[in-house]
Design a protein around this ligand. Structure first.
Ligand code: ZN
Ligand code: MN
Length: 152
């Protein structure tokens, strides 16, 4: 197409990079870190840098195509599903699960708006504890629940 030929080479490369990053992220439900995404994308684009991954993830998040999740951690995790939904964080294995069973409570957002008179656009709600697998093995290794990390 003539239109595409006019586009500078750099534009086409960055479009391809962004598409591959999006495919990798949409292909997992593990809510990976940028570093994990970097390792996977490198299988297909060996010359890509971690900085390019970060830059593209930031753009994708700004465009509302992915979500950046930061639960008080030092590093973000990314979600290829841009629709609002809740998550459950397992404090033992560190896995982050989708909690589609609990619909997003828009009433909670409205109540915060009513309580303040401010323009409340949404809310973040994080569930945490032990996932099914970790709850099953709890106590078997002598670890006590009290030792769990809760950095909130
Ligand atoms: Zn777990
Ligand atoms: Mn999710």
């Amino acid at each position: 197409m003539v239109e595409q030929e006019k586009k500078p080479r750099g534009f086409i490369r960055s479009t391809r990079q962004r598409r591959v990053i999006l495919e990798v992220l949409r292909g997992t439900n593990s809510h990976p870190t940028a570093d994990w995404i970097y390792q996977k994308v490198r299988d297909r684009l060996p010359n890509i840098s971690l900085g390019t991954i970060y830059r593209n993830l930031k753009t994708l998040a700004e465009n509302g195509e992915v979500q950046e999740l930061n639960f008080g951690s030092t590093f973000s995790r990314f979600d290829g599903n841009p629709e609002p939904h809740y998550h459950f964080y397992c404090q033992r294995c560190g896995r982050l699960f989708d909690l589609f069973e609990i619909p997003v409570d828009h009433d909670l957002t409205a109540r915060a708006g009513n309580a303040t008179g401010w323009k409340v656009l949404g809310h973040r709600l994080e569930f945490y504890g032990l996932c099914g697998e970790c709850a099953k093995t709890e106590g078997q290794d002598g670890t006590e629940t009290g030792s769990l990390q809760n950095d909130k």
